[in-house]
Design a protein around this ligand. Structure first.
Ligand SMILES: O=P(O)(O)OC[C@@H](O)[C@@H](O)c1c[nH]c2ccccc12
Length: 258
């Protein structure tokens, strides 16, 4: 079993339990359900293109940073002119939570992406109820039908959809009308190997009406400069900022060089 399969198996159990405890109607009654969302795809096209991530730990790196408050990180990223923020909400493998999303929302107004292993529409309602503007779908663990259904469900809630893939087969499966952004994950979620060459190799398969996003393993401004001519307009960066004492200040310094 790969780590991704293990995460997904755990996630299915977690969602089944949560569904019993918090009914969807309770999520729909949340104050944030009424909030007007902001488009992450549009923000990427109009701004710096950086999606800065809050990530305490990961299966590949163990602890990255455990001593910061998510509100401070969120405000720092917004002040740095990141186009949006990715908030990891998985607890078991990434040390995140839906409370992190809620606190990031309370601290900022820029677009927030719920970074989660989505296996059920219920999690999309949770995203909306906790202040997200966009959701992530991971093609490696979804069928084309699920990508179609989940993205249509998200759109109906006015949430943008970033669908990520790591190879040709996953990418072709992700080209569905309700997806706004197609992400290429430079990290193989099965082996953790990272290379930005993956982004360059796959980008030509992405039709023009999708915002192209390169994800993971980006640690220098020169990597961005290398990727931009290939048509990438979004760049998802986590560890490079989170490993420092002040991720917001690191993001600011980075974005000023773009
Ligand atoms: O920390 P990095 O290498 O900059 O990567 C950020 C982000 O791309 C990565 O956390 C990520 C991309 N897709 C994911 C799916 C699940 C969990 C995490 C991820």
């Amino acid at each position: 079993m790969t780590i991704l399969e293990k995460i997904i198996a755990d996630k299915r159990k977690e969602v089944a339990l949560k569904k019993q405890l918090i009914p969807t109607r309770q999520l729909e009654q949340s104050v944030l359900f009424e909030r007007e969302t902001r488009s992450l795809a549009k923000a990427l096209r109009e701004g710096s293109g950086i999606i800065a991530e809050h990530k305490r730990r990961s299966p590949s790196k163990s602890v990255i940073n455990n001593s910061l408050s998510v509100q401070d990180v969120a405000l720092g990223y917004e002040t740095a002119s990141a186009s949006g923020m990715s908030v990891l909400t998985d607890g078991k493998y990434f040390g995140g939570s839906l409370d992190d999303l809620l606190l990031a929302r309370a601290a900022t107004t820029f677009p927030l992406l719920r970074k989660e292993f989505i296996v059920d529409e219920y999690q999309i309602l949770e995203a909306k109820a906790h202040g997200a503007d966009a959701i992530l779908l991971i093609a490696a663990s979804l069928t084309r039908k699920e990508i179609e259904d989940f993205s249509a469900f998200a759109k109906a809630l006015h949430l943008d959809v970033l669908c990520e893939s790591h190879n040709k087969e996953e990418l072709l499966k992700s080209i569905v009308p309700n997806v706004d952004m197609l992400g290429i994950n430079n990290r193989n979620l099965k082996t953790f190997e990272v290379s930005i060459e993956i982004s360059k190799d796959l980008v030509s398969l992405i039709p023009n009406d999708f915002v192209k996003v390169s994800e993971s393993g980006i640690s220098s401004v020169s990597a961005i400069k290398e990727l931009q001519p290939y048509g990438f307009e979004g760049f998802l960066i986590g560890e490079n900022f989170m490993k420092t004492d002040d991720p917001g200040a690191s993001a600011k310094e980075f974005i000023e060089q773009l």
